[in-house]
Every structure is written in structure tokens, then in C-alpha cells.
Design a protein. Structure first.
Length: 117
């Protein structure tokens, strides 16, 4: 599976962005697509994940209520809708596919999100 993340850019605090993760190759319905981020000077952290066959999803506490993860199985694409953005959301965002929440096997190149105050 190859993954291509896109949709990053610059947003003002309080604004929104939608990230996309286009996958080539089959993703099993039992697998998960996840989003992670790495802020400057920090370690990579989990953001959200969704079961490819649906509907299970989970979020980190820092984004819960602001971000929404979704998937379009027909187009083999996952999304991360990010609302109420804050400067602390500034990071490179990565999408990944894994067999469970501990085993992320495929990674895309990141897309940079910058939130200005």
C-alpha cells in the first residue's frame, strides 16, 4: 500500500483545513487508517484513527471535538477534517495504515499544516 497525504497549508487560528490520504493498493476492511503529526522539536504523536471497514474511530484528547476522521472506501481515500485550528496544531501530518493501533505498517510522506495566531 502506498499513501499520499495532501491538503496541508496555512490557516489562521479558528480556521479549518481538510487533509486527504489517497491509498494505492487494497486496504483490508479489518485494517485501520490513522493520522499522526510531528510538531517542531517534538516527537510524533497519534491524532486519530478509523477502521477501514467502519465505523470505529478514535481521537487523541487534544483534537477530540475539533477533528473528524473519515474514509471513502470507493475512492480508497481517507480524510481528516480539522476545525477550530490552534497554533499548537502546527505540525507535519502523516497518514498511515496498520493492522491495529500498535502496528502501523505503511506510511505516507507528510503534509505541513501551519496555524497562525
Amino acid at each position: 500500500v502506498q499513501l499520499q497525504a495532501s491538503g496541508g497549508g496555512v490557516a489562521q487560528a479558528g480556521g479549518s483545513l481538510r487533509l486527504s490520504c489517497a491509498a494505492s493498493g487494497r486496504i483490508l476492511s479489518t485494517y485501520y487508517m490513522g493520522w499522526f503529526r510531528r510538531a517542531p522539536g517534538k516527537e510524533r504523536e497519534f491524532v486519530a484513527m478509523i477502521k477501514w471497514g467502519g465505523p470505529n474511530s478514535s481521537y487523541s484528547d487534544s483534537v477530540k471535538g475539533r477533528f473528524t476522521i473519515s474514509r471513502d472506501n470507493a475512492n480508497n481515500t481517507g480524510y481528516l477534517q480539522m476545525n477550530s485550528l490552534a497554533p499548537e496544531d502546527t505540525a507535519v501530518y502523516y497518514c498511515s495504515v496498520g493492522s491495529n493501533w500498535k502496528r502501523w505498517m505503511y506510511w505516507g510522506k507528510g503534509t505541513l499544516v501551519t496555524v497562525s495566531s
